[in-house]
Design a protein around this ligand. Sequence first.
Ligand SMILES: Nc1nc2c(ncn2[C@@H]2O[C@H](COP(=O)(O)OP(=O)(O)OP(=O)(O)O)[C@@H](O)[C@H]2O)c(=O)[nH]1
Length: 249
Amino acid sequence: MEALNKLHMTVSRAYKVNTEIRFEVFIHKVDGLSDDHKIETQRDINQRASDDLLDSGIDNVHLSFYLTSIYDHSIFEALSKVVQKLIPQLPTLENLLNIFISNSGIEKAFLFDIVSKIYIATDSSPIDMQSYELCCDMIDVVIDISCIYGLPEETDETTFDELSCSTIKLNNSTVLYLREINKFLALVCILREENFYRQGLIDYNFHCLRQATQDAFQVQLKLPVKMDGMGHIFTSIESTESNGYPDLL
Ligand SMILES: Nc1nc2c(ncn2[C@@H]2O[C@H](COP(=O)(O)OP(=O)(O)OP(=O)(O)O)[C@@H](O)[C@H]2O)c(=O)[nH]1
């Protein structure tokens, strides 16, 4: 009840300053509850919080709730969903990942912020926590190995660069495939071993994806200046690529 009161106070004060604010509410330490009880508790908290706000005349506020625990990756998953709401390029990135996985025989692909292990985008197939945790663990392994063996001694260079990549074959015929997109982002994919024989195709498609992802974060406008016969100068805005995406095999 104390937490609900604090939530109510925070939301109503912030709402007075800016009615457009979105609120992301984390319900911590849910590991003590059974799965059914978790959902029930979330619904109950949501209902009480909305009713309290309604009673104070606040009816169109955006509250999102997430269940978290430090004993699994739920906190990272929740933060990923919050961060994704702040990325204007999200639909483009999701679309690119969908095209990439369907042309490469990949089951699931995540675009990770390497330092925080938050995923900033994934394809539209369902996410299961186990796959996400596997991908997080893979990043840890790659960073640890790179830090220990990947650098000449006494250097300030970053361990993660454009050559960073890793393939891990699991004993259940699954392959984890990691490639770096830039200094901050890495692509981590999960695929079935029998689809990995086409690694050349996957590598080629990855290069297209990397280029397109980098393009998505840059303003891609050309402003060619032209002059007509009367000496008037005019410009036209053109996209650099006809359809915005390079061709995937
Ligand atoms: N079961 C469970 N215990 C947790 C979780 N997160 C933190 N704890 C435990 O809760 C205890 C207190 O930690 P927190 O509640 O995170 O601490 P805090 O919120 O900074 O505490 P105050 O500053 O006193 O408000 C510690 O023993 C943690 O191990 C969780 O997700 N699940």
